[in-house]
Write a protein that binds this ligand. Structure first.
Ligand SMILES: Cc1cc2nc3c(=O)[nH]c(=O)nc-3n(C[C@H](O)[C@H](O)[C@H](O)COP(=O)(O)OP(=O)(O)OC[C@H]3O[C@@H](n4cnc5c(N)ncnc54)[C@H](O)[C@@H]3O)c2cc1C
Ligand code: FES
Length: 279
C-alpha cells in the first residue's frame, strides 16, 4: 500500500465535508482531499489508520472507519479525550486538517476472502471493524458467512445505529448486540452482559476466521472463550498503542521486537500469543 506522497512526514490538506454526532463523546467526521486527483487515487485497506493534524493543537492517529470501496471520501469516528480530539470536535464543516498515511498493515483481506468470518467488537473497536464490515458487504460474493458480535457498556454508547439496523435486517448477516448494563433512564430490550456472553449464542465451525477489536481488557476474555474453538492463525486482533510517527521511526508503539504502526496494528493470535505485554 502506497502512502499519499513520497514524503510520509508531510501532511496533505483535506476538507471536512460532514460531521454527524454519534454519542455524547463520539462524532463521525467525513473528509475529502483538496486535490481531486489525490482523493481519486487515495487507497487504503480496512484496519489501516491515518495521522490527522490540526495546526496549533498537534497530531493524532485515527482508524479509517469508511470502506475503501467508497472512493469519494474517507471517515473517522473520534472520541473526545484531550487536545487534538477536542479541537477536532470543535471543527466545523468546510474547515481543513492535515492528513498523513495510510499507515499500518490493515486486516488480512487475502486470509479473509472466501472464508466464514466472525467479527467481535467492543466499544470504539467497532470503528475500524465498520470499514471491514462494509467492505465485505460491498463485495459480498467474495466472502462466506458474516457474524457480528458488538458490545458497549450502556445503550447510549452504541455507534452507527442506522447501520446496525441495516446490518440486522440483512439475511446474509447475523448481528448480535449486547450492553454491559442498562442504567436507569435508558431504554433497551436486547441482550445484557459483556460481549463474550454472545459467543456461545452463535454457531461456528473450526475454520471460522475471527477479527477482534476492542479495549485491552476484552481481548483476554474473548480469547479464553474462543480457545479450542478456532485456529490460532485464524484469529486476528487489532491492537492499539501510543503512537507518534506512524512509520517505525520513534519507537513509541513497540511491543517487544514489533512496532504496532508497521507490523500491526493487526496481528494474528499465533503471532503475538508469546509476546510479553501484547495482550
Ligand atoms: C492506530 C490507532 C488508531 C486509533 N483510532 C482511533 C479512532 O478511530 N477513534 C478514536 O477516537 N481514537 C482512536 N485512537 C486513539 C487516539 O489516537 C487518541 O485518543 C488521541 O491520540 C488522543 O489525542 P488527544 O490530543 O485528544 O489527547 P491528549 O490530550 O494527548 O490526551 C488526553 C488523554 O488521553 C490519553 N491518551 C492519549 N492518547 C491515548 C491513546 N492512544 N490511548 C489511550 N489513551 C490515550 C492521555 O493519557 C490523556 O489522559 C487510535 C489510536 C491509534 C494508535
Ligand atoms: S509510532 Fe513511531 S515507531 Fe510506531
Amino acid at each position: 500500500m502506497k502512502t499519499l506522497v513520497v514524503n510520509p512526514y508531510l501532511p496533505i490538506p483535506a476538507r471536512c465535508t460532514k460531521i454527524v454526532s454519534q454519542t455524547e463523546l463520539e462524532k463521525l467526521f467525513r473528509f475529502e482531499f483538496l486535490g481531486k486527483t489525490i482523493q481519486e487515487n487515495f487507497d487504503y485497506l480496512p484496519g489501516q489508520f491515518l495521522e490527522l493534524s490540526i495546526p496549533g493543537f498537534g497530531e493524532a492517529p485515527f482508524s479509517i472507519t469508511s470502506t475503501p470501496t467508497k472512493k469519494e471520501y474517507f471517515e473517522f469516528c473520534v472520541r473526545k479525550v484531550g487536545t487534538v480530539t477536542g479541537a477536532l470536535h470543535d471543527l466545523k464543516e468546510g474547515k481543513k486538517v492535515g492528513i498523513r498515511g495510510p499507515f499500518g498493515n490493515g486486516f488480512p483481506l487475502n486470509d479473509l476472502k472466501g472464508r466464514d468470518i466472525i467479527v467481535i467488537a467492543g466499544g470504539l473497536g467497532l470503528v475500524p471493524l465498520r470499514s471491514l464490515i462494509n467492505y465485505i458487504l460491498d463485495k459480498r460474493d467474495k466472502f462466506g458467512a458474516l457474524k457480528i458480535l458488538y458490545g458497549t457498556k450502556q445503550p447510549k454508547e452504541l455507534l452507527f445505529r442506522d447501520e446496525l439496523k441495516a446490518w440486522e435486517e440483512r439475511k446474509d448477516v447475523e448481528l448480535l448486540i449486547t450492553v454491559d448494563a442498562v442504567p436507569e433512564g435508558q431504554e433497551w430490550s436486547g441482550n445484557v452482559g459483556v460481549v463474550t456472553t454472545l459467543i456461545p449464542k452463535v454457531e461456528m465451525h473450526k475454520d471460522y476466521t475471527a477479527v477482534i477489536c476492542g479495549p485491552p481488557i476484552m481481548y483476554k476474555f474473548v480469547l479464553r472463550k474462543l480457545d479450542g474453538k478456532l485456529r490460532e492463525d485464524l484469529i486476528f486482533l487489532s491492537l492499539e498503542r501510543r503512537m507518534r510517527c506512524g512509520i517505525g521511526k520513534c519507537g513509541h508503539c513497540a511491543i517487544g521486537p514489533k512496532y504496532t504502526c508497521l507490523d500491526g496494528p493487526v496481528f494474528s493470535y499465533e503471532e503475538i500469543k508469546n509476546l510479553q505485554g501484547a495482550i
